[in-house]
Design a protein around this ligand. Structure first.
Ligand code: ACO
Length: 335
C-alpha cells in the first residue's frame, strides 16, 4: 500500500486528543495484590503506574472525551465527520459497536460507524483503513479512536499479566490533504496465532460466557509473555522497515517513531535493530502501561499536545499484538 500519486488526496492527521482515567494504580499498589515488586516490574517492563477506570465507566465514555479533544484540535464539528472507526478489544457491548454509540453521542449525524478489532495494532489498522477511504475520494473526514478498558478483563491473580495493562483512549481526526502531507505508506499483517499465545478465550462463540468460564477465568487476558516478547522484538522493527521501504525512505529520515507501549525492552530492541536512537521514540509506558489499541494514539496525542511534532516531520506509527498482528505507517505531519 503506497500513495505516491500526488493528484490523489492523502489522509493527514489534523487533530489529536486523548483521555485517561483519573485513578492511578502504582506498582506499589500491585505489590499488595500479587507476589510482585516495583523493582521487578520497572526492570522487566519499564512500567511504574497505569490508569484504571472506575467501575461505572465504559470504553465509549473515555473514547468520547478523547474524540471531543481531537475534534476541537482539528477545528471541526462532529457533524462534519464522514466515518468513525473505533479500534478496541474491549467494546461496551458485543453489539452494537462502540463507534455507533459514539456517532450518536457526538452528534456525528452523517457519519458511518464501525469497530475494528486488531488488538494492540488496532489504531494503526484503523489509520490504514481511513487512508483508503480518503485516498479514493469516498470520504473527507474520518475519526479514528483507539480505546480500551482492559482492567475489566485482567486476571488480578495472575502476576504475569496484571502488572502490564491499563485503561485509556486516544483519537485522531484524519482529513483529506492535497499538499503532500498525510499517510505515505502502510504495512499490515497477521500470523494467525490464537489465544493460546495471547487473547481472551472466553465470552465468544468458542467458549460462551458461563459459570464455568467465569470461575476458571477463561474470560480474562491470557498471555504467553515469552512467546509474545520473541515475536514483538522482530515484528516491530520488521513492520517499520517495510513501511519505510514502501515510502522509499530510511529510518534516519524519521523525526519520531510512535510505537505500541508493551515493554520498554521491546522498544529498546527496535531502537537497536533500526539503529535509531531511543530518544526519537515516543515513550510513555512508565505512566500508562500497555493500553492495547489506545497505546499508539495516546502517545501520539500526548506528544502532539507537548509540541514535539513540527509540520513536515516524518513520523512512523507502529503496533503489534494479539492475532498475532502487526501494523505500521509513515506519516508526513500536517499540523
Ligand atoms: N513479578 C515478579 N515476578 C514475575 C512477574 C511479576 N509481575 N511476572 C512474572 N514473574 C516471574 C515469572 O514467574 C518467572 O519466574 P520463574 O523464572 O520462577 O518461572 C520470572 O519472573 C521470569 O518470567 P519471564 O516471563 O521470563 O519474564 P520476562 O522477562 O519475559 O518478562 C513479560 C515477562 C514482561 C510479560 C515479557 O515477556 C513481555 O513483555 N512480553 C510481551 C508482552 C507483550 O508485548 N504484549 C503485547 C501485546 S498485548 C495485547 O495485544 C493485548
Amino acid at each position: 500500500m503506497i500513495t505516491e500519486n500526488l493528484n490523489r488526496p492523502r489522509a493527514a492527521i489534523i487533530g489529536t486528543g486523548f483521555c485517561v482515567p483519573e485513578r492511578v494504580m502504582t506498582n506499589y499498589d500491585l505489590e499488595k495484590i500479587v507476589d510482585t515488586s516495583d523493582r521487578w516490574i520497572v526492570e522487566r517492563t519499564g512500567i511504574r503506574e497505569r490508569r484504571i477506570a472506575a467501575d461505572d465507566v465504559a470504553t465509549s465514555d473515555i473514547a468520547y472525551e478523547a474524540a471531543l479533544k481531537a475534534l476541537e484540535d482539528a477545528g471541526i464539528r462532529a457533524a462534519e465527520l464522514d466515518l468513525i472507526i473505533v479500534a478496541t478489544l474491549t467494546p461496551d457491548y458485543l453489539t452494537p459497536s462502540t463507534a455507533s454509540l459514539l456517532q450518536k453521542r457526538l452528534g456525528a449525524d452523517r457519519a458511518a460507524a464501525f469497530d475494528l478489532q486488531s488488538a494492540c495494532s488496532g489504531f494503526v489498522y484503523g489509520a490504514a483503513v481511513a487512508a483508503q477511504f480518503i485516498e479514493n475520494g469516498f470520504y473527507k473526514r474520518i475519526l479514528v479512536i483507539g480505546a480500551e478498558i482492559l482492567s475489566k478483563y485482567i486476571n488480578w491473580e495472575d502476576r504475569n499479566t496484571c502488572v502490564l495493562f491499563g485503561d485509556g483512549a486516544g483519537a485522531a481526526v484524519f482529513g483529506a490533504a492535497e499538499d503532500g502531507s498525510g499517510i505515505l505508506s502502510c504495512d499490515l499483517g497477521s500470523d494467525g496465532r490464537g489465544p493460546e499465545v495471547l487473547g481472551i478465550p472466553g465470552g465468544g462463540t468458542r467458549y460462551p460466557a458461563s459459570e464455568d468460564t467465569i470461575s476458571r477465568k477463561v474470560n480474562r487476558i491470557h498471555m504467553d509473555g515469552r512467546d509474545v516478547f520473541r515475536f514483538a522484538v522482530k515484528a516491530l522493527p520488521n513492520t517499520l522497515k517495510r513501511s519505510l521501504e514502501k515510502a522509499g525512505m530510511t529510518a534516519d529520515e524519521l523525526a519520531w517513531i510512535v510505537p505500541h507501549q508493551a515493554n520498554i525492552r521491546i522498544i529498546e530492541a527496535a531502537s537497536k535493530r533500526l539503529a535509531m536512537p531511543l530518544e526519537r521514540f515516543i515513550v510513555n509506558i512508565e505512566r500508562y502501561g500497555n493500553i492495547s489499541a489506545a497505546s499508539v494514539p495516546v502517545a501520539l496525542a500526548e506528544a502532539d499536545a507537548a509540541g514535539k511534532f513540527n509540520k513536515g516531520d516524518l513520523i512512523a506509527l507502529a503496533g503489534f499484538g494479539a492475532g498475532l498482528t502487526w501494523a505500521s505507517c509513515v506519516v508526513k505531519w500536517a499540523k
